[in-house]
Design a protein around this ligand. Structure first.
Ligand SMILES: [Zn+2]
Length: 279
């Protein structure tokens, strides 16, 4: 998309999770895309008039790219993405150096959304305002998390999912990071902070686990799991690429542990953990 001109932005409905911003089609038409970026879970499409289209995939959203007869679907997802054209809601008709192409946003459940903001005002955009540091950046440290978690009786897992504490960590990676650092998801966030407000050793381990989980996922090309075609031709998933997520009733992968992965629900989300080695 970078460097291409938006010949037309085609919106096939008025809303996704929220209404599309007023006049989005007209404002995007004819603009050149100068850069693509990301903050937390928001995709940022910078246009040459100083505006940015903010896009969130929600639960089931994905983009695919059609260049002539060739279709490409970047990203790898644990849950298979829809390719059903009836869920194509927004289409960027692009003109690039290599010719025309279409970048199509598909979202069966429509929890995703798009917004538009002046680039200089992104920090105060309601979606982006107050977000915590990125998990891969220098700002995230055990000392920083100790300041955030001090005095918090909130479960550790919920505190890690709170985008004001760390931006961009989702359910899967929080489960994986807690398993790697042998921490129980239900323990209090404050239990990783000393009485004098300093991070415990476990907090240090948690922060390096978070960084490692994200680094490994990026190396694996996205969400660690990719769709693959089963021998019977149906679409399936690799079930064993995560260490703990989605592995209920399977043996814990911590060497010598012998425990069995359990699933509980916290704040409406599934938590997978090992009751034996996560304390
Ligand atoms: Zn275990």
């Amino acid at each position: 998309m970078e460097g291409a001109r938006i010949a037309r932005l085609e919106l096939r409905r008025k809303d996704l999770r929220f209404p599309f911003p007023e006049g989005l089609e007209a404002r995007a038409a004819g603009r050149r895309i100068v850069a693509l970026g990301r903050r937390a879970k928001y995709l940022l499409i910078d246009l040459d008039d100083g505006t940015t289209i903010i896009s969130h995939l929600g639960m089931s959203g994905s983009f695919r790219i059609e260049t002539g007869p060739v279709t490409d679907a970047p990203g790898e997802f644990h849950h298979a993405r829809s390719k059903d054209e009836k869920h194509d809601h927004a289409i960027f008709h692009l003109e690039g150096p290599a010719g025309p192409s279409r970048v199509i946003y598909n979202d069966p459940r429509r929890f995703g959304f798009m917004d538009m903001a002046e680039r200089t005002a992104l920090e105060v955009n309601p979606f982006l305002f107050g977000l915590g540091p990125e998990p891969t950046g220098n700002e995230l440290s055990a000392a920083y998390l100790a300041r955030r978690f001090a005095g918090k009786a909130q479960p550790l897992k919920s505190a890690l999912l709170d985008q004001k504490n760390i931006a961009g960590l989702g359910n899967i990676y929080v489960c994986e990071a807690l398993w790697r650092s042998h921490l129980k998801p239900t323990r209090a966030a404050a239990s990783l902070v000393t009485k004098t407000g300093r991070p415990t050793q476990q907090m240090e381990l948690l922060v390096s686990s978070i960084r490692d989980v994200i680094a490994d996922a990026i190396k694996a090309g996205g969400s660690s799991l990719r769709d693959h075609i089963q021998t019977d031709g149906s679409l399936g998933y690799f079930q064993h690429s995560f260490s703990v997520y989605d592995r209920e009733s399977l043996p814990c992968r911590t060497p010598g542990c012998g425990g069995t992965v359990a699933r509980i629900v916290q704040a409406g989300r599934s938590t997978f953990y090992c009751p034996v080695c996560q304390k």
